[in-house]
Structure formats: structure tokens, C-alpha cells
Design a protein around this ligand. Sequence first.
Ligand code: GLN
Length: 203
Amino acid sequence: MTTIGVLALQGAFIEHVHALERLGITAREVRLPRDLDGLDGLIMPGGESTTIGKLMVQYGLDEPIRERARAGFPIWGTCAGMILLAKDIGGLRQPLIGVMDIVVERNAFGRQLDSFEADLAIPVIGAEPFPTVFIRAPLIHAVHGDVAVLATLADGRIVAARQGNLLATSFHPELTSDDRLHRYFVDEIVVPVQSIEGSRTAA
Ligand code: GLN
């Protein structure tokens, strides 16, 4: 059985729990290091990245999550969660997991565009545009190494990317009823890692 954790320190975590449950996947709220035991993947939600980062450090979650991320454990960061995944946030000083080769700018959309919605093409989840919600959202300025760009705005700015076991989205897919990105995370990232782990155990 697949169990996905949702970091539940602050922000929009309950909506991710509900999206996973709609897909028939067991979701577990993660607040302490022991909550990570036995998980097949983790979602880090949107919220306030400084607050989530500080609480992660306070509860001793940052290092165990970082270690797992480096070992191939599937992690999806949405919005603030994406900021936490980035290795580079332009020199701002705040606690991060810092494992993904993306350069992220916090609050990248000025006041006028603080929050907006857009239908975006995300080819890896199908031809139908995906309804996205951006809330004081970060942008991916640049990607390095083996990071693949999954979606851009009409002007080319990057809003979704993947690097192996790591998935990052600027927007909030959990605030829509379209569950295709949750399905993508589970089917294309979590399940393949599970099968590699399974074959290692069997060998
Ligand atoms: N503006 C927030 C930050 O910088 C992110 C916003 C969000 O997660 N919706 O942490």
C-alpha cells in the first residue's frame, strides 16, 4: 500500500491530504521525524516558507528530509514547498532543504499579480490544460543539471520542474479539483522508486 506524507507544520496541507484521499492513497500528516518512517513519498505544501522552514528545524525534520531526498526519496514541493526544495533562492537567509538544482525567486509576481489563475499546458499529464492557482507565488529563474522543465507561463517563465525524485510547482494544484498532478507524482515518481526499492530488497 502506498502512503504519502504531507508536511503539516503550516499552510495548505489539508487540501493535499484530501487530494490524495480522492485518489485512494493513504495520506499521513507529518509533524515529527518519526512520522517519516515507512513513507513512500512526501509533499511539502504552500504556505509561508520562512515559517515552515523554521518549524522544520525546530522539530528536527530538516536533516531527515534532506537525507532522504538525497537518497532518492520522492518529494514534491508546491509553492512554499518548492522554495524549500531549491538549492538557490538568491541569497535569502532562511532554512531550506536545499536539494534541487533550481534557482527560485520568492514572491516573484508584483503586487498586481499577487494572486492569479491560469490554464497551463503541462504535457507530462496530458493534452488538457491544467487549472493553476498562484498565490504570492515563487518562480523558477533557472534550472541546472538534469532538471527537466515541465511547465512555463505563456511568457516562458518556469513554473514546474522535475529532477529525478524531486518535483516542484510554483502554484497550488491542491486548490483545484483536477488531481492529475497528484496522480503524476504517485504514478511517475513514487511508484517507480518503490519498484526499485522492492527489487533491491528482493535481490
Ligand atoms: N510567498 C510565500 C513564501 O515566500 C509562498 C506562497 C505560497 O506558498 N502560496 O514563502
